[in-house]
Design a protein around this ligand. Sequence first.
Ligand SMILES: [Zn+2]
Length: 226
Amino acid sequence: MPKTEDYLALEGAINQAFQASLTPFEAFRLLQSGHERFLNHLTHRRSRGNLLADAATGQYPYAAVLGCIDSRVPVEEVFDAAFGDMFVARVAGNTVSSDILGSLEYACKYAGAKLILVLGHTKCGAVQGAWSKLEDGHITELLLHIEPAVRAVQSVRGAEPTDDNLKACVEANVSHTVKQIREKSTILSGMEAAGEIAVIGGMYDVSTGRVEFVVQPSWAAETETA
Ligand SMILES: [Zn+2]
């Protein structure tokens, strides 16, 4: 994986030339290799001073992650990411609103990120709340975003809140969010159609620390045997 080797050889943050050299596929491989380092306790350390010095001059992240606010999903840590590696947007249930879409559009169109990962997770309280129709304060409106996934899963599996059903709902919600990004953002769908970015989905298991990529372009599956 030459890009990963180049990444690991950087003394500070990702620079403009490195970011510009990446395809969405290579950004996905960087994300995967970072996650492998995390799983294998091989965290890559680089100089804080160099990272801060580079941060002062700009940012050239390779990916943007839309995750849940859950305290058990520390996004940068899970992908062994350093300062300047990734944009991270977090909202309960990892759903989209116009603010989140605007953030992702900025990350990709104006700051050059090559990949968007929507990251759901097991034991998601927001998904459990939507499943049980929790209504309270602003939470009511927040959970409406997860309703389509709840409806889709309950129509097939019934309304019993088993671990398997809730996990299926988290996965359906990730797929729904990926679809929403494509349908609601002409900027991002245009960039994806042009091959400038890719939008993928992942599922983080809070008990193992492992991410499974559940929505991915065809090229991503090829890497499993590469
Ligand atoms: Zn959650």
